[in-house]
Design a protein around this ligand. Structure first.
Ligand SMILES: [Zn+2]
Length: 189
Protein backbone atom coordinates (compact mmCIF):
# COMPACT_ATOMS: atom_id res chain seq x y z
CA UNK A 1 0.00 0.00 0.00
CA UNK A 2 1.48 3.42 -0.98
CA UNK A 3 2.12 5.90 1.83
CA UNK A 4 -0.96 8.00 2.57
CA UNK A 5 -0.42 11.77 2.51
CA UNK A 6 -0.82 13.27 6.00
CA UNK A 7 -3.96 15.20 5.01
CA UNK A 8 -5.73 12.07 3.82
CA UNK A 9 -4.72 10.09 6.85
CA UNK A 10 -6.12 12.81 9.13
CA UNK A 11 -9.42 12.85 7.25
CA UNK A 12 -9.65 9.09 7.58
CA UNK A 13 -9.01 9.26 11.33
CA UNK A 14 -11.67 11.94 11.67
CA UNK A 15 -14.13 9.79 9.74
CA UNK A 16 -13.34 6.80 11.95
CA UNK A 17 -13.80 8.91 15.07
CA UNK A 18 -17.21 10.03 13.79
CA UNK A 19 -18.23 6.41 13.17
CA UNK A 20 -17.05 5.49 16.68
CA UNK A 21 -19.05 8.38 18.17
CA UNK A 22 -22.23 7.27 16.40
CA UNK A 23 -21.62 3.71 17.58
CA UNK A 24 -21.21 4.88 21.17
CA UNK A 25 -24.40 6.93 20.91
CA UNK A 26 -26.30 3.90 19.58
CA UNK A 27 -24.93 1.74 22.40
CA UNK A 28 -26.14 4.33 24.95
CA UNK A 29 -29.69 4.44 23.55
CA UNK A 30 -29.75 0.66 23.42
CA UNK A 31 -28.72 0.32 27.07
CA UNK A 32 -31.35 2.92 28.07
CA UNK A 33 -34.05 1.10 26.14
CA UNK A 34 -33.18 -2.24 27.70
CA UNK A 35 -33.02 -0.61 31.17
CA UNK A 36 -36.68 0.43 30.80
CA UNK A 37 -37.65 -3.20 30.29
CA UNK A 38 -36.19 -4.05 33.71
CA UNK A 39 -39.33 -2.69 35.43
CA UNK A 40 -41.39 -5.08 37.52
CA UNK A 41 -45.04 -5.05 38.62
CA UNK A 42 -44.31 -3.27 41.92
CA UNK A 43 -42.42 -0.44 40.25
CA UNK A 44 -45.47 1.48 39.03
CA UNK A 45 -47.11 1.18 42.47
CA UNK A 46 -44.08 2.54 44.35
CA UNK A 47 -43.51 5.24 41.73
CA UNK A 48 -47.06 6.48 42.39
CA UNK A 49 -46.02 6.95 46.03
CA UNK A 50 -42.87 8.82 44.97
CA UNK A 51 -45.07 11.09 42.84
CA UNK A 52 -47.26 11.77 45.91
CA UNK A 53 -44.10 12.90 47.76
CA UNK A 54 -43.18 15.09 44.80
CA UNK A 55 -46.55 16.88 44.95
CA UNK A 56 -45.77 17.97 48.55
CA UNK A 57 -42.15 18.97 47.81
CA UNK A 58 -40.57 22.37 47.11
CA UNK A 59 -39.59 21.13 43.66
CA UNK A 60 -41.38 18.12 42.18
CA UNK A 61 -38.79 15.56 43.18
CA UNK A 62 -40.25 12.84 45.39
CA UNK A 63 -38.71 9.61 46.53
CA UNK A 64 -39.50 6.39 48.36
CA UNK A 65 -37.02 3.71 49.39
CA UNK A 66 -38.21 0.11 49.63
CA UNK A 67 -36.77 -3.08 51.07
CA UNK A 68 -38.36 -6.54 50.91
CA UNK A 69 -41.41 -5.12 49.16
CA UNK A 70 -42.19 -2.43 51.77
CA UNK A 71 -41.52 1.32 51.97
CA UNK A 72 -38.84 2.04 54.60
CA UNK A 73 -38.37 5.78 53.94
CA UNK A 74 -39.87 8.71 52.04
CA UNK A 75 -38.67 12.14 51.12
CA UNK A 76 -39.20 15.09 48.85
CA UNK A 77 -37.13 18.09 47.84
CA UNK A 78 -37.09 20.50 50.81
CA UNK A 79 -34.33 22.73 49.48
CA UNK A 80 -36.31 25.96 49.59
CA UNK A 81 -37.86 25.61 53.06
CA UNK A 82 -34.55 24.51 54.62
CA UNK A 83 -32.34 26.84 52.56
CA UNK A 84 -30.39 23.68 51.76
CA UNK A 85 -29.32 23.17 48.15
CA UNK A 86 -28.41 19.55 48.94
CA UNK A 87 -31.90 18.64 50.20
CA UNK A 88 -32.90 16.80 47.04
CA UNK A 89 -35.67 14.18 47.30
CA UNK A 90 -33.23 11.27 47.27
CA UNK A 91 -30.96 12.87 49.91
CA UNK A 92 -33.97 13.61 52.12
CA UNK A 93 -35.25 10.02 51.85
CA UNK A 94 -31.79 8.57 52.62
CA UNK A 95 -31.41 10.92 55.62
CA UNK A 96 -34.92 10.00 56.84
CA UNK A 97 -33.99 6.33 56.58
CA UNK A 98 -30.76 6.83 58.51
CA UNK A 99 -32.41 8.92 61.22
CA UNK A 100 -35.04 6.18 61.64
CA UNK A 101 -32.13 3.82 62.44
CA UNK A 102 -32.69 1.79 59.31
CA UNK A 103 -29.21 2.37 57.91
CA UNK A 104 -28.51 -1.33 57.33
CA UNK A 105 -31.72 -1.68 55.32
CA UNK A 106 -30.34 0.70 52.69
CA UNK A 107 -28.02 -2.07 51.55
CA UNK A 108 -29.82 -3.89 48.76
CA UNK A 109 -32.77 -1.45 48.85
CA UNK A 110 -34.58 0.04 45.86
CA UNK A 111 -34.96 3.81 45.48
CA UNK A 112 -37.85 5.28 43.46
CA UNK A 113 -37.60 8.87 42.32
CA UNK A 114 -39.59 11.12 40.00
CA UNK A 115 -36.40 12.51 38.43
CA UNK A 116 -33.22 10.67 37.46
CA UNK A 117 -30.73 11.08 40.33
CA UNK A 118 -28.19 13.87 39.85
CA UNK A 119 -24.47 13.08 40.40
CA UNK A 120 -24.70 14.15 44.08
CA UNK A 121 -27.67 11.89 44.82
CA UNK A 122 -26.30 9.05 42.73
CA UNK A 123 -23.06 9.27 44.72
CA UNK A 124 -25.07 9.05 47.96
CA UNK A 125 -26.98 6.06 46.52
CA UNK A 126 -23.69 4.26 45.76
CA UNK A 127 -22.24 5.05 49.21
CA UNK A 128 -25.47 3.83 50.84
CA UNK A 129 -25.28 0.43 49.14
CA UNK A 130 -28.67 0.87 47.46
CA UNK A 131 -28.86 -1.76 44.70
CA UNK A 132 -31.59 -0.53 42.40
CA UNK A 133 -32.82 2.86 41.19
CA UNK A 134 -36.12 3.41 39.40
CA UNK A 135 -36.79 6.86 37.99
CA UNK A 136 -39.50 8.47 35.86
CA UNK A 137 -38.03 11.49 34.03
CA UNK A 138 -34.46 11.44 32.66
CA UNK A 139 -31.80 14.09 33.31
CA UNK A 140 -31.87 14.90 29.59
CA UNK A 141 -35.59 15.74 29.79
CA UNK A 142 -35.26 17.55 33.16
CA UNK A 143 -32.60 19.75 31.57
CA UNK A 144 -35.23 21.16 29.21
CA UNK A 145 -37.01 22.58 32.30
CA UNK A 146 -34.23 23.42 34.76
CA UNK A 147 -30.48 23.39 35.28
CA UNK A 148 -28.93 19.96 35.54
CA UNK A 149 -25.43 18.52 35.77
CA UNK A 150 -25.27 16.54 32.54
CA UNK A 151 -23.86 13.30 33.89
CA UNK A 152 -26.26 10.36 33.83
CA UNK A 153 -26.91 8.03 36.76
CA UNK A 154 -25.60 5.19 34.58
CA UNK A 155 -22.30 7.01 34.12
CA UNK A 156 -21.89 7.40 37.90
CA UNK A 157 -22.85 3.76 38.50
CA UNK A 158 -20.41 2.53 35.87
CA UNK A 159 -17.58 4.59 37.40
CA UNK A 160 -18.28 3.36 40.94
CA UNK A 161 -17.32 0.32 43.02
CA UNK A 162 -20.91 -0.75 43.67
CA UNK A 163 -23.26 -2.21 41.04
CA UNK A 164 -26.60 -0.40 40.79
CA UNK A 165 -29.39 -1.54 38.47
CA UNK A 166 -31.07 1.50 36.91
CA UNK A 167 -34.52 1.51 35.33
CA UNK A 168 -35.80 4.70 33.68
CA UNK A 169 -39.15 5.86 32.36
CA UNK A 170 -41.37 4.20 34.99
CA UNK A 171 -44.47 6.34 35.66
CA UNK A 172 -43.23 8.82 33.06
CA UNK A 173 -46.69 9.90 31.84
CA UNK A 174 -47.81 10.65 35.40
CA UNK A 175 -44.58 12.35 36.50
CA UNK A 176 -43.89 14.44 33.40
CA UNK A 177 -46.66 17.03 34.01
CA UNK A 178 -45.13 17.85 37.43
CA UNK A 179 -42.27 19.55 35.62
CA UNK A 180 -44.32 21.25 32.93
CA UNK A 181 -44.64 24.55 34.82
CA UNK A 182 -40.87 24.93 35.09
CA UNK A 183 -39.13 27.04 32.57
CA UNK A 184 -35.36 26.79 32.36
CA UNK A 185 -34.21 28.24 35.70
CA UNK A 186 -32.01 27.45 38.67
CA UNK A 187 -33.62 24.61 40.58
CA UNK A 188 -32.17 21.67 42.42
CA UNK A 189 -32.93 18.11 41.33
ZN1 LIG B 1 -30.01 15.15 43.34
Amino acid sequence: MPPVPPGKSLRRRTALAAVAAVGAQMATSKSRASAATGANAEDERFMTQAIEEARKADFPFGCVITANGAVIARGGNIGRQHHDPTAHGEMTAIRNCVSADKTSELKGATLYTTGEPCPMCMGAIVWSGISRVVYAVSIDELATHMNQIMVSSEQIARASFHPVEIVGGVGLQEARPLFARFKKQTAPG
